[in-house]
Design a binder for this molecule. Structure first.
Ligand code: NAP
Length: 256
């Protein structure tokens, strides 16, 4: 018996990285899973690779989470193809890093659009179903960058915004049987952090080692580390926890 037998889960930005790792953990534990990503072909390919249990289904849906029409169509398609909706993981993300004096308005708007407006639009579309059935779980992906990070004024503001959004969801949706929490990853080895290494003109392995050395547990994180926390917060074991942000970061946010 899996923790998510009979549940339908959406993970955004799940064609790869943390999103895919998380989607796969839900699949292994019995859920039917919708992978939402910008590119429908990549989403469908990833959906086909999930380790589903017998009887569970998956779908890959092309959707831009910052676009309201695209979001509404995607959520309705998932509900009709997978037969409902119980868990939403707002994971889709981008970076457009630059020091403040070089950051463009477009860099700001794009990052806010995907992380913050995207989480808002997806949650608004999902909560209709959650409220009706008096059951739902929202897990938002924040970041240790919420605490401040050089070159990431846009991303840091969006990720701290996600935490405020999560607290408010906890207050508003709790009476309807809905829990909302956030996970704030530290350095996780994915294409996003590999791209940061390239931008800093550093070798990927050297960049990972630098980040491993910087935290108390002396290793980088992997998508599986985030998947474990997200599935806990989306499970019925955590039904008395809401509005919280759990840092999953090898202790880097302890500031030692
Ligand atoms: P990733 O490998 O870059 O994956 C992000 C996915 O989101 C990509 O498949 C991307 O699609 C998709 N996406 C981007 N914009 C989208 C949009 N408008 N609509 C739908 N999908 C969209 O990133 P990751 O490292 O797995 O990160 C996942 C989440 O964790 C993000 O929210 C990130 O900010 C957060 N996070 C990551 C780290 C880390 O160290 N990796 C640390 C803290 C927080 P395309 O490829 O087509 O752009």
């Amino acid at each position: 018996m899996g923790r998510f037998d009979g549940r339908v889960v959406i993970v955004t930005g799940a064609a790869r990285g943390i999103g895919f790792g998380t989607a796969n953990r839900f699949a292994e534990e019995g859920a039917s899973v919708a992978i939402i990503d910008l590119d429908e072909a990549a989403a469908a390919e990833a959906a086909g690779k999930l380790s589903l249990v017998d009887g569970a289904k998956s779908v890959g849906v092309g959707c831009d989470v910052s676009n309201p029409e695209s979001v509404d169509a995607a959520v309705e398609r998932v509900v009709s193809e997978l037969g409902g909706l119980h868990v939403l993981v707002n994971n889709a993300g981008i970076t457009r890093d630059n020091l403040l004096f070089k950051m463009t308005e477009q860099d700001w708007d794009m990052v806010m659009g995907v992380h913050l407006k995207g989480a808002f639009l997806m949650t608004k579309a999902a909560q209709k179903h959650f409220v009706e059935q008096r059951y739902g779980k929202v897990v938002n992906i924040s970041s240790t960058s919420a605490l401040g990070n050089r070159g990431q004024a846009n991303y840091s503001a969006a990720k701290m915004g996600v935490q405020g959004f999560t607290r408010t969801l906890g207050i508003e949706l709790g009476p309807f049987g809905i829990n909302a929490n956030a996970v704030a990853p530290g350095f996780i080895a994915t294409e996003m952090t590999d791209a940061t290494a390239a931008r800093l003109k550093l070798d990927v392995e050297e960049f990972r080692k630098m980040n491993a050395d910087a935290n108390p547990v002396k290793r980088v994180g992997f998508p599986e580390d985030i998947a474990a926390a997200v599935t806990f917060l989306a499970s019925d074991e955590s039904s008395y926890i809401t509005g919280q942000t759990l840092y999953v970061d090898g202790g880097i946010s302890l500031g030692v």
